[in-house]
Each structure stands twice: as structure tokens, then as C-alpha cells.
Design a protein around this ligand. Structure first.
Ligand code: ZN
Length: 144
């Protein structure tokens, strides 16, 4: 089951410049920073209610985000929907005829398992499914 929006991924060229802007918009939002080597990106996420606004900047020209910026410029990159069973959902959607970018979930930011659906199957919207790590007793929310 897909439970709701987890985060909105925004492709930016310069993380610090964009973070300054988004900190003005979402004053007091807790911020989490992370480098995801697989994607060659630096991320700064602002927690806005139950949704993360995830600013993503490439650290290398081989990053998929660098390709996106070159082609489309800065803007919304993807919308991520949360599920408890990402691989079950991928199977369900594949069986329903949708194209997937990831047939199986891969590690993403925030220690989540993530997978992308192919935008050719979803009206041009890049959609991600993500499965948060099971909450452990005593762990606190990510904060800078
Ligand atoms: Zn994402």
C-alpha cells in the first residue's frame, strides 16, 4: 500500500545558495544533510510537516542529477511516495504493465530503500517509492 508523500526531490545547481532560499521559505524546519555516493549527489532536506523538501545537487558530472539539470534546468525532479513494502509494490506495478527504472529497491538517503518508476509510464512525472527503515526505539529524528 502506498501511504502518502514522503518527500519532494528538487534538483539544484548550488546546494548552499538554494538551502539559504529554502530556509527563508521554511523557517525553523529541521535540516538533514547527506551525501549519496551511488547517485553522486549532496542532499539537504527540510522537514516540513510530514514531508521532506529534498534539495539535491550533483557532486560529479556523471550524476543523474547533472544530466537532469543540463536537460531540464533546476526544478522538481521527483515525488516520492512512502510504502512499507517497496518490492511488493514494484511487483504489483510491473504486473500492471508499468515500466520501472529499478526492478528491485536500492539504498537511498535516510537509510531508505528506494525505487523509481519510469516517467514514460507515469505521464512524465518521475515517481519514487520509498520504504523507511523500521523505526527503532530510542532513535531521534534526523537533525543537523
Ligand atoms: Zn527521493
Amino acid at each position: 500500500m502506498i501511504k502518502g508523500v514522503n518527500h519532494i526531490g528538487i534538483a539544484v545547481r548550488d546546494l548552499e545558495t538554494s538551502l539559504k532560499l529554502f530556509r527563508t521559505i521554511f523557517a525553523d524546519a529541521p535540516i538533514h544533510r547527506e551525501h549519496v555516493e551511488e547517485q553522486k549527489v549532496d542532499i539537504a532536506s527540510l522537514q516540513v510537516g510530514s514531508v521532506l523538501v529534498e534539495l539535491t545537487a550533483p557532486t560529479d558530472e556523471s550524476s543523474p542529477i547533472a544530466g537532469f539539470l543540463a536537460k531540464r534546468g533546476e526544478g522538481i525532479h521527483h515525488i516520492a511516495f512512502e510504502t512499507d513494502e517497496v518490492n511488493t509494490e514494484l511487483k504489483r506495478l510491473s504486473d500492471a504493465g508499468l515500466r520501472l527504472i529499478n526492478e528491485q529497491a536500492v539504498p537511498g538517503a535516510h537509510e531508505m530503500l528506494i525505487a523509481f518508476l519510469h516517467p514514460k509510464s507515469t505521464n512524465g512525472v518521475l515517481m519514487e517509492l520509498c520504504q523507511p527503515k523500521k523505526a527503532e526505539a530510542g532513535t531521534s529524528a534526523d537533525k543537523e
